[in-house]
Design a protein. Structure first.
Length: 105
């Protein structure tokens, strides 16, 4: 089941004033960028975030985990209605480097 347009719009709406949020469709699913940084992966109407020390500090070690797609590393699966959602997005925006440019010099 692919992510619905309504769900991705809902996720973006739950992010509040964290920054300039946009999403791009990738292989039928979505990557959400905040201030040009890839922060969330949304697959099958589930929001996935990287497991990092900063996200573990917020979500704890018992947080739900899953794989966004075959061959992916394990991620945290977080509900956009979770009370920690905005805190996780904010910390990920802070620690994630900007996306790499596809142009060669």
């Amino acid at each position: 089941m692919a992510t619905s347009k309504d769900f991705i719009e809902y996720v973006i709406g739950r992010m509040g004033d964290i920054g300039d949020a946009v999403y791009r469709k990738m292989f039928g699913e979505y990557m959400v960028y905040v201030n040009d940084k890839p922060v969330l992966l949304v697959c099958d109407n589930t929001v996935f975030v990287k497991i990092l020390p900063e996200t573990t500090e917020i979500l704890g070690t018992s947080a739900q985990r899953g794989y966004p797609y075959d061959g992916a590393k394990e991620h945290y699966a977080i509900d956009p209605d979770d009370e920690n959602f905005c805190a996780v997005v904010s910390v990920l925006e802070r620690v994630t480097p900007p996306k790499k440019s596809n142009t060669k010099k």
